[in-house]
Design a protein around this ligand. Sequence first.
Ligand code: KIV
Ligand code: ZN
Length: 557
Amino acid sequence: MSAFDHRKYQAFPPIKLPNRQWPDQVIDKAPLWCSVDLRDGNQALMEPMNVAQKKRLFLLLVELGFKEIEVGFPAASQLDFDFLRLLVDESLIPDDVTVQVLTQAREALIARTFESLAGVKSAIVHMYNSTSTVQREQVFRLDTQGIKDIAVNGAKLLKRYAQQHPETHWTFQYSPESFTGTELEYAVEVVDAVTEVWQPTAEHPVIINLPATVEMSTPNVYADQIEWFATHVKRREAMHISVHTHNDRGCGVAAAELAVMAGADRIEGTLLGNGERTGNMDIIIMAMNLYSQGVDPQLNLADMDRIARTYKECTRLPIHPRHPYVGELVFTAFSGSHQDAINKCLSGYEPGDYWQVAYLPIDPADLGRSYQEVIRINSQSGKGGVAYVLEREYGLQLPRWMQIDFSQLVQQHAESQATEVSPQSIRELFQQNYVESSVPYRLNGYQVTRRDDQDSLVAEVLIGTEEVTISSLGGGVVDAFVQALQPHTPQNIGVVEYSEHALGQGEDAQAIAYVQLTVDGARVCGVGISEDIVNASLSAILSALNRSPAAQQVCAA
Ligand code: KIV
Ligand code: ZN
């Protein structure tokens, strides 16, 4: 019998909050951020960071603009203790940055925590104990009073130890761990008891952190829990409500965002969401989500490649190529219709405009990413993408009819290779299929004279192995050349489309001509490139002719 049986689980009960306010709120300013990379993130790593790695990540976090950084659990880890001492001894904590440390509510651990913080100007001491029903009943085997006593005793100890070290500016933080699995009335009761001890004021507030230690419900339920808590807790004006979400259901960021709408002031999370199990809430995603709504996230994430590199080197974790805002592929479109739309929007975008580019929620350049990677070509790509790559990389501005013709060749190539096609391969395909199409017709030379609005053209054309001199009069060289050629090819030729432009600038500039002919009713495209525009145009006509079935017949004859 299969073990896969949904009846083993029960639905998370909804919160009774008939007058909930959060759904109508809009986030219009950044929350207070606290990075827990060096503590929660670190404790989830297969290989926890060494002191050098922690220092590197700490310096990055400071540079990104974090003002509160949880640096470890010094009473539980000698390495965390030593790291904190290193920060103090090397004066690495800027005056506007507050370090935070975690401790359980036990005297020996609290004493050691204060020891680790000696000489720190400003610190947050973060005390936690688990309050959830499951932990109370099955892990601690204590009743609600017993669990509340742990928190209250811890709060008293924090206060006492802090009073012994008045040289440091202390902030107290309390987390009813597993808040999401705790009855709301009980969570409020415990927090009220803790703040009764601490007696915070609006001038010297405490932090009450409400962790989704395990994400147990949809994010709207978490938002209800936060709003319920914020509207029932005592001394609300004297506390920052902080949220600390994990990502078990994949909604860690969504839950934190809705929690801010529901009244949370502060967010704990990690860069790229590293953390226990499925991770902590990802601060980069949340900050960039704000940014994409025109809100200053108060973190500078512009050099995303460096952030990603430091993250990978410190955590030894890979980054998924589709990780929002950071992954290698998140600004890349392979699909033809997406490429087409991006291409059109990008060419219409002027700096200073609001960003409105289809399929790109933010400008990749804001994160130091280049437009080079926006459009990449495989068998799913279309004409817009191919045209974009040729223009961006090589300055070729293919007219639409030429794009249609060439993209079919690229698609066939991509399908046969079953892989992505590089810009260089695209350019080579273009060259081989059009520009180098010189059999059986090849231009050996020409002379044009213009008189009375007419071009008189004499050209030397190699047809197979025979050099033929052809001549004609016409309204332009293209017209004259086609008329001159007509008697020398068994098929009926007509010009349908023609386009040309300069390639490059200055003395080295070349001209490129694109032409579409009908040859016995079938449409064929050709391209000519030369320093001379007439040469390019005539070569384009022969390129098209060579690519037509007529050319095969001449070859075969
Ligand atoms: O996830 C959690 O509950 C924690 C607490 C210690 C805040 O990390
Ligand atoms: Zn956590």
